[in-house]
Design a protein. Structure first.
Length: 438
């Protein structure tokens, strides 16, 4: 397919996403099934156009004074992919392309770019979230918002039960694999140019051998902040498909016991082949919804990890369509779910043990506010500080020789972001249950 046809395909996919309110991945797959003549390279470019348009929908609309799919795709081609207006205009005249540029479209595309430092132009998130984002980032909001719109890298976690970083770097050298900046067991493949596709790393033999798992560096850091050690009793309370469970098992060297639980059986079902491939032998999977078996762990866990259900705002650069589907009502539901799972998790921590609360969100209501609510509800049973030191900050300093990414003055935890740490957005708080003598 020529570039003009790819532009038109991206417009059609975006129209489908907006009209039917379907996830971008589903819309792209449906388009691919209906247009089997399109090669893998064509599908990659179309997908990149769609995702880039979704990442920057608001700022593109502000610049071009048009919030439609056609304007968004043409704007991406000019602003982000650095095609000249004449090149785009010529591509649009080809068969199966969008058609001739209108005079007002050319005029808009040739207009100077808006100042992207302003929230109104560069925020690229729903209006109703502006107060929360301002609360999270203050004067740095524009910088943080732009970073949440960037194309993400592929991050991999080395499975130290089966391999090491040198082996994985060698196996993926043709993809430009390099060490991550923070995680000692991470490998990164930078985002390819806009018109190229990401490598399918899960098709690599090294992945089949269990040498690595695809996992954002921020998620790797969140698992490391649990400080799980061989011989411990650890619960991954919202295990999902098991990404952090696998990381914890490797950190524990298959010694001790990990209990993996999730209330969603379809998500938890995916953990079993991953455990087998990774060579994990110290994990017990608790059936979804088996609250009786979960309650049997009461007061026994050295570490309880609560990777809570959340808005996913920290992953917007990977799932940009999700931010436009997020509503105040959906956020309220997530807040209720977070409170419920924290209330379930707290009694499972043994005296002197730790509760690690994690979200892939940058929204304060899901982060510090929830921790503050738990501390109040537990009435002194837990603390987020060891003396004057925030426990999450203490854990960070023990592991990383970089500035602590604090969530703000008076916060209980850390906030990782693409702008600060080069990771997805993650909030991490470490709470300690009072020893039995207190």
């Amino acid at each position: 397919m020529h570039f003009g046809a790819r532009l038109q395909a991206a417009i059609e996919v975006l129209t489908e996403i907006e009209s039917r309110h379907v996830p971008a991945g589903d819309a792209l797959r449906e388009w691919g099934r209906a247009h089997r003549f399109a090669g893998s390279g064509d599908r990659a470019v179309i997908g990149n156009l769609v995702f880039d348009a979704l990442r920057s929908r608001r700022s593109l609309a502000a610049w071009l004074c048009d919030d439609g799919p056609r304007a968004a795709v043409l704007g991406v081609a000019v602003r982000d992919w650095r095609r000249t207006v004449d090149e785009v205009a010529e591509a649009c005249l080809a068969p199966h392309a969008p058609g001739e540029l209108y005079a007002n479209e050319r005029q808009a595309l040739e207009a100077p770019l808006l100042d992207q430092t302003g929230v109104e132009a560069g925020g690229d998130f729903p209006d109703w979230l502006v107060p929360e984002m301002q609360r999270a980032f203050g004067a740095q909001l524009a910088t943080e918002a732009r970073a949440l719109c960037a194309r993400p890298p592929i991050d991999l976690r080395i499975n130290t039960l089966k391999s090491d970083r040198a082996k994985v770097l060698a196996a993926l050298s043709r993809h430009g694999a390099r060490e991550t900046e923070l995680s000692p067991v991470g490998v990164r493949i930078d985002a390819p140019p806009s018109d190229k596709r990401y490598p399918n790393v899960e098709a690599e033999a090294a992945h089949g051998k269990g040498w690595f798992e695809v996992q954002d560096e921020g998620s790797q850091i969140a698992a490391a902040m649990c400080a799980a050690e061989p011989g411990m009793q650890v619960l991954d309370m919202c295990a999902g498909a098991g990404g952090k469970t696998l990381a914890l098992a490797a950190a524990m060297e298959n010694k001790g016991q990990i209990h993996a639980y999730d209330s969603d059986k379809s998500r938890l079902r995916r953990i079993f082949p991953r455990l087998q491939r990774a060579g994990v032998r110290n994990c017990q999977v608790i059936d979804a919804g088996d609250t009786q078996r979960l309650a049997a762990l009461d007061g026994r866990m050295d570490v309880v990890l609560v990777d809570a259900p959340c808005s996913g705002s920290g992953t917007w650069r990977r799932r940009p369509d999700a931010k436009w589907r997020l509503t105040p009502e959906a956020l309220d539901r997530r807040l209720g779910e977070q409170q419920t799972v924290l209330a379930q998790a707290a009694p499972l921590v043994k005296p002197g043990g730790r509760l690690v609360y994690v979200t892939c969100s940058v929204v304060p209501r899901e982060n510090d506010d929830q921790v503050a609510g738990l501390l109040k509800a537990q009435d002194g049973a837990f603390s987020s500080a060891n003396g004057e030191e925030i426990l999450a900050e203490e854990n960070w300093k023990a592991r990383f020789d970089t500035p602590v990414p604090s969530a703000g003055d008076g916060s209980h935890g850390l906030l990782l972001t693409p702008a600060r740490t080069g990771t997805d957005g993650f909030y991490i708080a470490v709470l300690e249950r009072a020893p039995a003598s207190q």
